[in-house]
Structure formats: structure tokens, C-alpha cells
Design a protein around this ligand. Structure first.
Ligand code: ADP
Length: 489
């Protein structure tokens, strides 16, 4: 497949923003690069404040139509979008690999994962319903209805260029909300193709809007405009806090999926091979650039040597390379600054007494892009920088700890609370520890927790709200109560 040729095909790939059913440009533009080789892929229009305002106005008009559309019709259009995405999986995956770097087969997996949220939400559209309630006054009737929140602004990150959009857009659309979406500047091409496919699916004009440009200009309009009633965001805790502050002024609803510091706990009764395989699967997906990536691998003292040895064998086999090469297990990091940040964390850990077991250096010279070696270190302290901050790179860091209580205290000693992993075969430990971990999602002997039917989200500074399952759609609804007095004879 010739990427340059495909990127020049105006039928699918766009570099303008999609507003009110039309493609709009801007006065300026920004470049999108391939992190595997630093070549420029495209120049994308920045729609600026005027474009953001136009998108909010279009979404406001779109909402008036969409909220009245039958849920069955909403479902049909969502399923059409799903079909189109599935039909174009290879091209979408190619864009993800080109602009974000993850291996092509993993990018295809992301399309399937993201598409599942559209399928689930399409069916859920027809299941949004209220209840009748007992009320005190004789003869009176009370009931609840669930209505769409309104215009929703969605701001998404680059690590899952497709799925972070579908995971928000699909339930919001199912609920009857209209959208203004802003993808990350690193990965607008996948997002714009999703918009092209939404256009073909036939959402009414203004229901689906997607704008690209400078976040500091677009953001305040997306959060501050009175027509916008909710902000859905996935990204850093720092930006999440900023958006929450901006939303506070208009008492807007927020759904925030923020950073994590996932503990991956290996107890002494665990299947150590399964646990080592689980670390590799969860850690190196997207090159370690996921918010649910194991950040602190906490192993009980008595099995730690054995476990490190098994993990070393597996991580030594993980191959970094261009995402289009079939034998690459991980691609590049998103840009050179990410490589520098990860390298600094590793160097700091080593100077604090940690030992590099595998890897531990950038691979830019050998591979020509923003690559970092798949790495295993051990021996950092729980108060070290690498233990306290989100690594967001292909570095597995192992810690040793004593008993169950000690491990739980250490695991919870962080402002974050997104995902945690627990490997044990003791059912008592499963209950005690899964209940004791202050995390929104716990994978017990399971390295991949997310799916379209289950609630994804965190506690503490990892966020507010849940995506997926019935909860994902519910987030985008208002609960209204109606009381009708005196209908008895
Ligand atoms: P990362 O550090 O992983 O890039 P960010 O939280 O910075 O994560 O980015 C996630 C998304 O938030 C991106 O779409 C980015 O453009 C957007 N963003 C960053 N800063 C702002 C801001 N001030 N207002 C609105 N959106 C922002």
C-alpha cells in the first residue's frame, strides 16, 4: 500500500475540518509527521476561533434536530457509520500507524475496539428509558425520563486516534447529543477520516462536527460557549483540571479520563508465567503510551527474583521498529520530547540505585525515529520519580514488597486511580485486594480490562465518569422527573 498515494486520495482523506456538514479551512495550518521517520505526512488546516464558533453554532442547530430523531433512527445511522468504519479498517489503521506509530496490526485492533463502542451504543440508543415512581399525593403520578444533555465538546488524545473518539462520540450520539470534536494535533488524519465516514453515514447536518487547530484557541470556545453543556475529555490530568475549571463557570457536566499510575501486583501464589505475559501485553501496547499501562510492577519478595528472570526473557524478545514492518512489536514514541522524558526518568532511576535489566536507551540512531528500547528496570524506591509519575513509554519498572497490607498501601499511595492489575490464585486475596484497591478498574489475572460493554474510568485524579456499557450512554443524559397531580376520579 502506497501511503503517499492514499493520503492524496481526496475521497477519503481530509485535511480540512468538518463543520455543519461541510469541509472548512482556516488561515493557518499545521504539519502532521510520522514519528517513525519524522517525515511530513500532511498539512492540516487550523480553523481558529472562527471555526470553533461555527462548529458550536452548527452543533447547536444539529442538536435541535437530533434530539427529536427517533432512537431507532439514531441507531440505524450509527450502525451505518460502524459498517463504513469496518469497511475502511485497513485505511484507518494505515493512518493510525503513520501518524501515531503503533504497529499496523495493533492499529487494526484499535479500529475493532473503537467500532465495538459504536455497535454497543447503537443498540443502547433504544434502551434509554425512565421509570414510574411512587409519589406521596393521592392520585398523582410521577415518572422519570432521560434526555440528551445537549451539545457535547469532545477533546481527545493521540494514543488511540480512533477509539478515543468513538468511545465518546458513539454513546453521545446514541443519547441524542450533538458533537464538536477536537482531536490531538499529532493525529488529526484518522479523526478527519472518521468525520468523512460519519458524513457518508448520514447524520443530519450539524450533529457531528470535528475541528482541528490550536488547543489554546479552540479549547476556551469549546468549553466556554453557553450552548455547550458537557465536556468529554481524555488526556493528561493537568489539562483535565484546566478544562474542569473552565467548565465550572457554566456548571457544565464533565466526563474526564485522565492519567494513571497503574500497579501490577504479582502475589507469591500467582501463575508467574501468566503474570509475566500479562505485563508484556499490558505494558507494551501502544509502546507503553496508554493511561492503563502498568506503571509499578509490585512483586511479593519471595517470588521477585524468579519473576524478574521470567520477565527479562520475555522483554528481551520485544522488538521495536517501524509500525508498518510486520515483525515490529512496538513502534516509536509520539515524538522526540517523549523519548527524552522517558530516558530522563530511567537515568534518574539508575542514579537513584535502580538496575537496568533490559534496554534502557533511545534507539533513534539505529531506527531513525522517536524510538526507545523495550526496557526492564528494578530496584527503584516507591518514592522515586519513576514510581510517582506516569512513565508513558516502554519501560517496565519492578518493585519488591512484603505482605498484602503493605502492597495495598503502596499501590494506593498515589493521586491516581484508573486501572490496577492483580495476579493471584487465592480467591480470598481476589476479594480483599480488589475491594481494597482504590482504582476504577481491576484486572484479576487479566491484562486487558477495557471492552465496549464494561465501565471504563477512574477514581481520584484519574477522572470522573465512565465510558462503555449502559453507563457510557447514561453519562450523556439528563435525568428529568415529571409529577402529574390528581388523575384519580
Ligand atoms: P498529552 O500530554 O498526552 O498530549 P494532553 O492532555 O496535553 O495530553 O492532550 C490531550 C488533548 O487535549 C489534545 O487534543 C490536546 O490538543 C488537548 N489540549 C491540550 N491543551 C488544551 C487546552 N488548554 N484546552 C483544550 N484542549 C487542550
Amino acid at each position: 500500500m502506497d501511503l503517499a498515494e492514499r493520503l492524496n486520495d481526496p475521497a477519503l482523506f481530509k485535511t480540512q475540518s468538518y463543520v455543519g456538514g461541510a469541509w472548512i479551512g482556516g488561515d493557518t495550518s499545521f504539519a502532521v509527521d510520522n514519528p517513525a521517520n519524522r517525515q511530513k505526512l500532511a498539512e492540516v488546516a487550523d480553523v481558529g476561533e472562527a471555526g470553533a464558533k461555527a462548529a458550536v453554532a452548527a452543533a447547536s442547530d444539529g442538536f435541535k434536530v437530533w434530539r427529536k430523531t427517533s432512537p431507532f433512527e439514531r441507531s440505524r445511522i450509527l450502525l451505518k457509520w460502524l459498517d463504513l468504519i469496518q469497511d475502511n479498517t485497513d485505511d484507518l489503521a494505515t493512518l493510525i500507524t503513520a501518524e501515531m506509530g503503533k504497529p499496523w496490526r495493533e492499529a487494526k485492533g484499535e479500529i475493532a475496539y473503537g467500532a465495538a463502542f459504536i455497535e454497543w451504543s447503537a443498540h443502547e440508543a433504544a434502551r434509554v428509558h425512565g421509570e414510574t415512581l411512587p409519589v406521596p399525593a393521592p392520585g398523582a403520578r410521577g415518572w422519570t425520563i432521560r434526555q440528551p444533555v445537549g451539545v457535547v465538546s469532545c477533546i481527545t488524545p493521540w494514543n488511540f486516534p480512533a477509539a478515543m473518539i468513538t468511545r465518546k462520540a458513539a454513546p453521545a450520539l446514541a443519547a441524542g447529543c450533538s458533537l464538536v470534536i477536537k482531536p490531538a494535533p499529532e493525529t488529526p488524519l484518522t479523526a478527519l477520516t472518521l468525520a468523512e465516514l460519519a458524513d457518508r453515514a448520514g447524520f443530519p447536518r450539524g450533529v457531528f462536527n470535528l475541528i482541528c487547530g490550536d488547543a489554546s484557541k479552540l479549547g476556551p470556545i469549546m468549553t466556554g460557549s453557553p450552548e455547550v453543556r458537557m465536556i468529554g475529555f481524555t488526556g493528561s490530568t493537568e489539562v483535565g483540571k484546566l478544562l474542569m475549571r473552565q467548565a465550572a463557570d457554566g456548571i457544565k457536566r464533565v466526563a474526564l479520563e485522565l492519567g494513571g499510575n497503574a500497579p501490577f501486583i504479582v502475589m507469591d501464589d500467582a501463575d508467574l508465567d501468566a503474570a509475566a505475559a500479562g505485563v508484556v501485553q499490558a505494558k507494551f501496547r501502544s509502546g507503553g503510551q496508554t493511561c492503563v499501562s502498568p506503571n509499578r510492577i509490585i512483586v511479593q519478595d519471595d517470588v521477585a527474583d524468579d519473576f524478574v528472570e521470567r520477565l527479562q526473557a520475555r522483554i528481551s524478545e520485544v522488538k521495536a521498529g517501524d509500525g508498518f514492518a510486520p515483525d515490529s512489536d512496538i513502534g516509536p514514541l509520539i515524538h522526540d520530547e517523549a523519548v527524552e522524558r522517558v530516558d530522563a526518568l530511567v537515568k534518574q532511576a539508575v542514579s537513584g540505585g535502580a538496575r537496568v535489566v533490559v534496554g534502557g536507551q533511545p534507539l533513534a540512531d539505529e531506527l531513525g525515529g522517536s524510538f526507545y528500547a523495550p526496557t526492564l528496570i528494578e530496584g527503584s524506591g516507591f518514592d522515586s520519580e519513576i514510581a510517582r509519575s506516569e512513565i508513558f513509554g516502554p519501560v517496565a519498572s519492578v518493585y519488591r514488597a512484603g505482605d498484602e497490607k503493605h502492597i495495598l498501601d503502596l499501590a494506593n499511595d498515589t493521586p491516581y486511580g484508573l486501572a490496577a492489575y492483580l495476579y493471584t490464585r487465592d480467591i480470598g486475596r481476589v476479594h480483599r485486594m480488589s475491594e481494597g484497591l482504590d482504582y476504577g478498574m481491576i484486572g484479576v489475572n487479566a491484562p486487558m480490562v477495557g471492552s465496549a460493554s464494561t465501565p471504563f474510568g477512574g477514581m481520584k485524579e484519574s477522572g470522573i465518569g465512565r465510558e462503555g456499557g449502559k453507563w457510557g450512554v447514561e453519562e450523556f443524559t439528563e435525568l428529568k422527573y415529571v409529577l402529574l397531580s390528581g388523575v384519580n376520579s
